[in-house]
Design a protein around this ligand. Structure first.
Ligand SMILES: *Cc1c(COP(=O)(O)O)cnc(C)c1O
Length: 221
């Protein structure tokens, strides 16, 4: 075997532009595989299933920063709030209110990203830009205590057409810039732009992301 997880990780890192953070998406991968990436210095890992995440959190080193990147059900929020470092795909007011309530119970403030739906696929979750703008307006003075609205997350369509992918990421970036100026200009916490996966993170970096979520290019060796 010529490739290892650590060599794949190095290869990815060497292509990241400065200030882009790497979330190693370890869903479907074992604790042993995660440890290999950990030993190569990776500390931020992304998971999309609550049960898997809780099991891995229990058994793996405590200095791992766990990010939840999947669709989170309201009734499962309580299981991850004691330790989760960021929740990437918040797509409803109800979910954000639940995270806020549960986080307060354990005295934590959890950075949350609002997921915008810009892809063509109908199955993907997220606010439309209009819904998200309305949400921000409605909640602009809301006294959040258990969460910080920390940025925008999204996915491009799963297509070969690079123009389309550029266009969709640009929509995310434009929305981020607008929201920052409109509602968060004095708020340092609102700064994350989470877009780009294995197949499209290079395009995502050209369109202004500062966090990429990469799984298969690291772990599928
Ligand atoms: C699985 C997943 C990724 C990583 O995808 P790869 O193609 O394996 O890099 C990124 N973001 C989300 C939301 C995912 O579910």
């Amino acid at each position: 075997m010529s490739q290892t997880i650590s060599s794949q990780l190095d290869a990815i890192r060497s292509t990241l532009i400065p200030d882009v953070e790497l979330v190693a998406v370890s869903k479907y991968h074992t604790a042993a595989e995660i440890m290999e990436a950990y030993q190569a210095g990776q500390r931020i890992f992304g998971e999309s299933r609550v049960q898997d995440l809780c099991t891995k959190h229990d058994t793996l080193p405590k200095d791992i920063s766990w990010h939840f990147i999947g669709h989170l059900q309201t009734n499962k929020v309580k299981f991850i709030v004691p330790f989760i470092e960021m929740i990437h795909a918040v797509d409803s007011e109800k979910l954000l209110l639940e995270i806020d309530a549960q986080a307060q119970k354990v005295n934590r403030v959890i950075p949350c990203l609002l997921q915008l739906h810009v892809a063509q696929e109908e199955t993907k979750f997220g606010f439309s830009p209009e819904e998200c703008a309305q949400f921000l307006k409605t909640y602009k003075d809301f006294p959040w205590k258990g969460i910080q609205i920390a940025g925008i997350m999204g996915m491009a369509s799963n297509v070969d057409n690079e123009c389309q992918i550029h266009q969709e990421f640009k929509q995310l970036h434009d929305f981020f810039v607008w929201a920052k100026q409109q509602y968060f200009s004095q708020n340092e916490s609102f700064r994350f732009r989470s877009w780009g996966m294995s197949s499209d993170y290079r395009i995502a970096m050209q369109e202004g992301c500062n966090m990429v979520r990469i799984g298969s290019s690291i772990f599928n060796i």
